[in-house]
Structures are given as structure tokens and as C-alpha cells.
Design a protein around this ligand. Structure first.
Ligand code: MTE
Length: 301
């Protein structure tokens, strides 16, 4: 499968960030007022994807198992034991079983994916993930005919995840995708960020990333994947079905009952930067719109 969107979005991730920025500032200087004003409108219409810093990505998190403040996971998740780690794959598969994380990583092809990340709370980042296509993992287990959905489950270990001692959500955190969404080449299991192992606060050792959906679909620290023919329950939908649906596709025309989804605050942007317009399917419309042909997305939100 060609990975054209990778090239679309890629950047020199191995270049140390300061060098990278200096080089870009230099180039902007060379371009000067002339070229910039010639291209002005177009440049603004297609803002370049610039990754957020490692610090932002790893210190501003949602991972309620480690507290509900954005800084809590960064402070608390270090106590999580992620080695050894086993992922159970069961349900409608040919080869159900307990797979060791190390074996999974060895078999999968890890690549970089620079993706927009849009939280339902209307903030966004750009993250240089490392990971593999979920499809490859599902193919390894062999999806049986008749399977229609994939259910995911986070580790339940309240001794280490103190948040699970409080009824903030119905633990463990669970999520789900339709099988065609799960098999889509944009859908990955992330095992790294900026070429380093994924930090615990970001969902070590393996978390889902579905870039055209709100961030809460991207379930962290996964221990179980179940193929099923029934739409699986999802944590935020169970907690508040009026506000959070199963699909949760990024959609600027369907507002959250309590706030608009038309714009977003880009984290790390300069203090005076305007809110950015939210893009349909978070900018991945060309790749994924066909999955939802004929569906009323205000009803299936
Ligand atoms: N997964 C688990 N297990 N628990 C959580 O609380 N929060 C979700 C999602 N995955 C969450 C989770 C939400 S609301 C968001 S926005 C993203 O993780 C945040 O990912 P990040 O901290 O890597 O930015």
C-alpha cells in the first residue's frame, strides 16, 4: 500500500529542533518580503505542519488513570510497569492469543507518521509518532469473516494507576472502531514519538492513533483487542452518550453540546495567534470521507 500521506506530511524529524527552526527562519529571511507577499494568500491557506515540541507533547496530556489535570500524567505515570507487557487478541480471529509486546514490535514495520491531533476539548497539536499500521497487527491475528468491529481495552491496575480508584470513568478505559476504520492505512498503533520510545504518559508501550477522530478515541496502554460483530461500548459514550458518540469524527459543522467545534487552539502557537479553523476529518477528508458515504454525520457523531 502506497503511503503518500506520509510524504505529504513528513519533516526532518531527526534534525535537532533548534537547528531545524534556525534553518527555517533563515529560509524565511531569504524568501524575503517579495516572494512571501507574492504567495501570501496561498501560504496562509495551507499552513505547514510543524510538530509540537517534545515537552508539549509529553507534559500536556489526558490520561485519567493518572489524574485529571493536564500535568498529572507527566508527573505520575512513571510508576506504571510496562515491561513485561502482554496484549491479548481474541474474539473473531484465526489465531487468538496472548502476544508479548516485544514480539509484536519485532514483527511490525515501524515508521514515522506526522499527524494532526485534535482533542474534543478544541485544542490541537501536531505529533511525530512512530508506529505501525493496526491492519498489520490484525492481519497477524487473522480477522475472521463476519467481524465488523474492533474493541480495545486499557490495562486495569489500580495499584499503579491511582485514578482507577476513583469513579471518574467506568474502568478500564475502552474504545472501539468499525473494522474498515481499523484497517485504514492512516490508523496506527504508536510505540514512539520523535524516534524515542513512547513515554508512559502518552500511552506506553502501545496506544492507538486515529488522526481523523477526536483524541479520546486514541486509547492508551492497550492490553486487549477483540474482534466482534457488535458495536463495542466506549468509555466516553458510556459516561455521557449525549455528548460523545461512537464515531467521534473531527467535524467543524457538528458542535459539542457545550461548545463550538468550528475552531481550535493550536498548542504552542504564539500568544497572539488566532484560533485555527478546524478541518473536516481533521484534514484527512480526502483519505477517509468515503468511509462515511451516505451517513448522516450529525446523527452518527
Ligand atoms: N486513554 C486512556 N486509557 N485514558 C485516558 O484518559 N484520554 C484520551 C486519549 N486516550 C485517555 C486515553 C484523551 S481525552 C485524549 S485527548 C488523548 O488520549 C490524549 O493523548 P495525549 O496525552 O498523548 O495527547
Amino acid at each position: 500500500m502506497a503511503k503518500r500521506w506520509v510524504n505529504d506530511l513528513t519533516h526532518a524529524d531527526v534534525t535537532p529542533r533548534n537547528t531545524y527552526l534556525n534553518r527555517r527562519q533563515l529560509m524565511a529571511g531569504f524568501a524575503g518580503a517579495g516572494v512571501a507577499s507574492m504567495l501570501g494568500g496561498r501560504l496562509q491557506a495551507a499552513p505547514e505542519l510543524e510538530p509540537n515540541t517534545w515537552e508539549y507533547i509529553t507534559q500536556y496530556n489526558n490520561f485519567y488513570e493518572f489524574g485529571t489535570g493536564k500535568g498529572d500524567p507527566g508527573k505520575n505515570a512513571h510508576v506504571l510497569t510496562t515491561d513485561p507487557w502482554t496484549v491479548t487478541i481474541d474474539g473473531m480471529v484465526d489465531r487468538p492469543g496472548d502476544y508479548a509486546m516485544g514480539d509484536i514490535k519485532e514483527k511490525m514495520t515501524i515508521e514515522e507518521r506526522l499527524y494532526r491531533f485534535r482533542c474534543v476539548e478544541a485544542w490541537s497539536m501536531v505529533v511525530p509518532w512512530n508506529g505501525f499500521e493496526l491492519k498489520d497487527l490484525l492481519d497477524m491475528a487473522g480477522v475472521k469473516e463476519g467481524a465488523k468491529y474492533v474493541a480495545f481495552e486499557t490495562l486495569y491496575r489500580p495499584e499503579e494507576m491511582f485514578g482507577q480508584k476513583y469513579p471518574v470513568l467506568d474502568w478500564p478505559y475502552v474504545e472501539g472502531l468499525r473494522l474498515d476504520e481499523a484497517m485504514h492505512p492512516l490508523t496506527i498503533m504508536a510505540t514512539g514519538i520523535y524516534g524515542r520510545d513512547i513515554p508512559k504518559q502518552n500511552g506506553a508501550p502501545m496506544r492507538l492513533v486515529v488522526p481523523w477522530k477526536y483524541g479520546f478515541k486514541s486509547i492508551k496502554s492497550i492490553v486487549k483487542i477483540t474482534l466482534t460483530d457488535k458495536e463495542p461500548a466506549t468509555s466516553w459514550n458510556k459516561s455521557n452518550p449525549r455528548e460523545y458518540g461512537f464515531y467521534s469524527n473531527v467535524n467543524p459543522t457538528v458542535d459539542h453540546p457545550r461548545w463550538s467545534q468550528a475552531t481550535e487552539r493550536r498548542l504552542g502557537a504564539n500568544l497572539f495567534a488566532k484560533r485555527e479553523e478546524t478541518l473536516m476529518f481533521n484534514g484527512y477528508e480526502k483519505e477517509v470521507a468515503s468511509l462515511y458515504e451516505g451517513m448522516d454525520l450529525s446523527k452518527h457523531f
